[in-house]
Design a protein around this ligand. Structure first.
Ligand SMILES: *[C@@H]1O[C@H](CO)[C@@H](O)[C@H](O)[C@H]1NC(C)=O
Length: 245
């Protein structure tokens, strides 16, 4: 096997593992999947409920500046909710983002454009209290921006009511591993491209966050195309690792 010439800054180490009779080559480097929570680059986080959290993660995952998404439960009172016993919680997504790249306002815009806030207690066929629409605010500034954006959304049409609630963020309970990066997990080939990460790493990975949006075809069209061509290039070269996108 020939190892392609790699940019010298990229490689810290390289290892080969045998999985499912296929050879998976895994490249770890700092550029590939930056973990950006360094003290000089503090992340912010925002929490929303907009229907199925499988889909909510994908809606936010591909946006420039979003570093990580986590599926979870929030908005209710039940302690330690689980998927089949989530009580009065709503399926939610926590979005960790770099405020120097993307702002809360843009996340709100994405929230509105990613679901139907006028459907009562549900999204499409997903009907029930757990799919209700909520903006969880965690500061007076978030509350101010959320309120303005909801008013603006309501003004777009008076024929129905925007059902979205604005609620003070309480506890956000992380959902079970099965529900994290759910869409990406339906695409074993993409998982392999990023080196079959262990669950814990997958849940923290900015690359996996983005690819999860790609897997659901919810990246902006330009980004979707860009990733398509990167994936095809890798397949053509026979180099089975996607380092960054
Ligand atoms: C909410 O705000 C508190 C205090 O500023 C902070 O410690 C916490 O991490 C925030 N929660 C989220 C989910 O951003």
């Amino acid at each position: 096997m020939t190892i392609l010439s790699l940019s010298p800054f990229a490689i810290l180490f390289l290892y080969i593992s045998l999985l499912d009779k296929t050879v998976s080559i895994r490249l770890s480097n700092q550029i590939s999947d930056p973990v950006v929570d360094s003290p000089d680059r503090p992340l912010k986080s925002a929490v929303f409920a907009l229907g199925s959290f499988w889909r909510s993660e994908t809606a936010f995952g591909c946006i420039n500046g979003v570093v990580r998404t986590t599926a979870g439960y929030s908005g209710g009172t039940k302690v330690n909710p689980e998927y089949r016993k989530l009580g009065d919680h709503a399926e939610s997504v926590q979005v960790e983002y770099d405020p120097r790249v993307v702002g809360y306002r843009q996340l709100l815009d994405l929230f509105w454009s990613s679901h139907d806030s006028r459907q009562v207690f549900g999204q499409g066929p997903d009907v029930g209290n757990q799919y209700r629409s909520i903006i969880f605010t965690n500061s007076t500034e978030e509350l101010r921006l959320a309120t303005i954006s909801k008013e603006r959304e309501q003004l777009k049409s008076r024929s129905s009511i925007v059902t979205t609630q604005i609620q003070q963020l309480g506890t956000f309970y992380r959902a079970e591993p099965d529900h994290q990066k759910f869409e990406l997990k339906q695409h074993p080939f993409l998982l392999q491209l990023i080196g079959n990460m262990a669950e814990e790493e997958l849940e923290r990975s900015a690359l996996a966050t983005k690819l999860n949006g790609y897997a659901a075809e919810l990246c902006p069209p330009r980004v979707q195309k860009q990733i398509d061509s990167r994936v095809n290039e890798i397949i053509r070269k026979g180099w089975p690792v996607l380092k960054d996108i």
